[in-house]
Ligand binder design. Structure first.
Ligand code: HEC
Length: 175
């Protein structure tokens, strides 16, 4: 009985410690929250905004470089890092430093960014819908225009025919 109790409490402590460790480690939820709070004003995942798109930045750049850049890109440039200087020269704006981020927080952002479903696919499909709807609109409008013209034509023909019939009737009456 005592051993079961011991095992149970050991397991409990183990899970407790493990879960605490997990909440401070790299994870997508932390990354998502940080991304929207601090990065999304200037960065999209798949398209260029004020800064470059961030998907696969962790594949383009070594991890330690990325952490240094995000924490303080100015310091990296001052230290003479060629990649950082080239990147900075390609844009008209300086990215602010995030010196208060831990390594795990920065890694979480990158994990979140890479976990996002591709934006391009969704952008392409939302782009197409209005265009095809416009064509549909023109097609329907054209169809109704043709119907209206046909109806007007038939109407005019009917009126003509009616006038003719009435005219003939009058003639018949006088005869
Ligand atoms: C005020 C706008 C702004 C904010 C906010 C911002 N950035 Fe940037 N970021 C830029 C610009 C502009 C560049 C391009 C380099 C330059 O001009 O210095 C850049 C470049 C980068 C790069 C280099 C990309 C590459 O292709 O190598 C990474 C990585 C990056 N930012 C990550 C982040 C992360 C993560 C955050 C949020 C914690 C963030 N940025 C917040 C403007 C911003």
């Amino acid at each position: 009985m005592l051993t079961i109790f011991r095992i149970a409490s050991f397991a409990f402590i183990f899970l407790f410690v493990f879960s605490i460790e997990d909440s401070s480690a790299v994870n997508v939820e932390t990354g998502q929250a940080l991304f929207f709070q601090y990065c999304s004003p200037c960065h999209n995942v798949d398209t260029k905004l004020i800064g470059p798109s961030l998907r696969d930045a962790d594949k383009r750049r070594p991890e330690d470089w990325l952490i240094k850049w995000i924490r303080n890109n100015q310091a990296l440039r001052v230290a003479g890092d060629k990649d950082a200087i080239a990147l900075f020269n390609g844009y008209n704006m300086e990215m602010p430093p995030f010196t208060y981020f831990s390594d795990d927080q920065i890694k979480s952002i990158m994990v979140y960014v890479d976990s996002r479903p591709l934006e391009r696919a969704s952008l392409a499909s939302t782009d197409k819908i209005p265009a095809s709807r416009l064509y549909l609109f023109y097609a329907v409008a054209g169809f109704f225009l043709i119907i209206i013209i046909l109806l007007l034509r038939t109407n005019i023909l009917l009126v003509h025919h009616l006038q003719e019939v009435m005219h003939e009737n009058k003639i018949n009456q006088y005869e």
